[in-house]
Design a protein around this ligand. Structure first.
Ligand code: FAD
Length: 471
């Protein structure tokens, strides 16, 4: 008697989708499960937003360049696919905020902009004396009674005042989300701030406690390591190594899932090459708007249609060392919105990640595009590079044009977790479980957009699929 085999389809081959495929295949092999899977990716390559380019001895990340070391799933995956030796931490160095036409060192002890040491905050030129006094009100203000979600802006403005928010917290946080902090959800982005306030009343005091716990003093008194990790061979090499572990026949590239419907507990998928697939379970790892358009008839997914996503571009520029006349001792800066700059951040990549740049060269990587100001992303490469250089030359002294530049546009790439996001997603997940068991959503649009968060979601989705199919 032939055994009845079940079929799982994973839609989208970004980091979430390839992680799901990797761990699903592993479970199938280890436990000899009667399951077949297929990973379907619309483009001709895997990796989604992860894209590394090698040119003239430079290693250039067009999308993400690293991941938080503290969240362990990414380094674990890297080691599992045999790339552990390639892991490297960022060089630690001073970071700056560009505010009031000047680069200001980020005050020592700031955790996401929240002061945890008093004297660097008293001496910084980032805030006026009034701004500093207002921030100190955090020590006496009561904790919020608001129980539901609130915007990051609302929360921080109340605790620390507008100046600290606008000159430090906002540029740091929106550097991660390319978002508007007065719309971004506290509970979906940094719930730890809410909990710190609830537990300790003072946010400054609460964050100091958390920081002290995280930074257990090194037993050998060595130099502190950078908080981020990347691969010396480029992040694309993680994607390639995962792909090498996947059954080639299970991976289908250059084919889009056009639509999908559910009937009698089975999922019927129509592909762009005309093929039809019937699956017992589907993990959708595409961006949220693509997931919604696969099932336009599903009212449950309607909120995903309205969920915003910001467009950004990264601009990598290579120079000979001599071109940067007035160098700065540090690894990069973020830009406060109250100035009239177009760039939102700049990394001195050759300093933060020395392996990326040949001797005698400089690699700068700038960001443009933010919530409410995305038109710049549609300009020509030449225009974008010109604007970026103009901005840089207001604070540095960069001579001439770069030897080469790489502009990478990321349209609707940064999902915006606006106030209420967590509830919306929990409701969708919960109701899907009851009305369409077997369909799972995972990826940067839902429960964290950092690479480790995406990896976690890919793994969790696999566990949910297996729990369901093995019932
Ligand atoms: P994606 O990478 O978007 O993958 C989704 C895939 O689905 C794509 O390959 C797409 O082609 C495919 N697809 C879409 N529709 C269909 C369909 N109908 N059929 C089949 N396939 C389909 N995170 C960090 O941790 N560190 C960083 O330094 C960092 N920097 C970033 C810099 C930039 C410029 C950007 C844009 C993001 C950055 N992020 C960073 C965030 C992180 O890169 C992303 O959140 C993550 O890569 C998203 O992975 P994903 O698998 O969820 O989605």
């Amino acid at each position: 008697l032939s055994e009845k085999r079940q079929k799982v389809v994973i839609i989208g081959g970004g980091i979430t989708g390839i992680t799901a495929a990797y761990y699903l295949q592993k479970e199938i092999k280890d436990k000899k499960l009667p399951i077949d899977y297929r990973l379907i990716e619309a483009s001709h390559r895997l990796g989604g937003k992860i894209q590394t380019m090698k040119r003239d001895g430079f290693t250039i990340e067009r999308g993400p360049d690293s991941f938080l070391a503290r969240k362990q799933s990414a380094a674990r995956l890297v080691k599992e696919v045999g790339l552990g030796e390639e892991l490297t931490n960022n060089s630690t160095g001073q970071s700056y905020v560009l505010a009031r036409e000047k680069l200001h060192p980020i005050p020592q002890g700031a955790v996401m902009g929240i002061p945890t040491e008093i004297s660097p905050f008293l001496t910084t030129g980032l805030f006026s004396p009034m701004g500093k006094v207002r921030a100190a009100a955090d020590f006496i203000l009561p904790k919020t009674k608001e129980k539901g979600d609130q915007s990051l802006g609302h929360f921080f403005r109340r605790r620390l005042g507008n100046e600290v928010v606008e000159n430090l917290i906002e540029p740091l946080l929106s550097g991660i989300y390319a978002g508007d902090i007065d719309r971004l959800s506290l509970m979906s982005t940094f719930p730890q701030f809410y909990h710190a306030e609830q537990e300790h009343r003072s946010l400054i005091f609460g964050m100091k406690k958390i920081k002290d716990l995280r930074q257990k003093p090194s037993s050998h008194g060595g130099k502190a390591k950078g908080q981020f990790l990347t691969l010396k061979t480029g992040l694309q090499s993680l994607v390639d190594a995962v792909e090498e572990h996947l059954e080639p026949t299970a991976v289908q590239k250059g084919v889009r899932v056009d639509s999908m419907h559910e009937s009698d507990g089975k999922f019927h998928l129509s592909l762009s090459n005309g093929d039809k697939i019937i699956a017992d379970s589907v993990i959708v790892t595409t961006p949220h708007y693509a997931a919604q358009s696969l099932l336009p008839q599903c009212s449950l997914l309607q909120p995903l249609k309205d969920m915003p996503a910001t467009s950004v571009a990264t601009v990598a520029m290579a120079f000979p060392k001599e071109a940067v006349k007035q160098d700065i001792n540090g690894t990069g800066f973020v830009v406060a919105r109250n100035g009239d700059y177009t760039i939102t951040a700049c990394t001195w990549t050759h300093k933060k990640w020395p392996h990326t740049t040949p001797e005698g060269k400089v690699l700068l990587r700038c960001y443009v595009g933010k919530a409410g100001d995305e038109a710049v992303v549609d300009l020509s490469d030449e225009e974008i590079v010109r604007i970026v250089l103009e901005d840089l030359n207001r604070i540095m002294d960069v001579e001439g044009l770069p030897e080469f530049s790489i502009v990478s546009r990321w349209k609707r790439a940064m999902p915006q977790y606006i106030v209420g996001h967590k509830n919306t997603i929990e409701t969708i997940y919960d109701q899907l479980e009851h009305t369409m068991p077997g369909l799972f959503l995972a990826g940067s649009s839902y429960e964290g957009l950092g690479l480790p968060d995406c990896i976690d979601q890919g793994e969790t989705a696999v566990q949910k699929v297996l729990n369901l199919l093995q019932k």
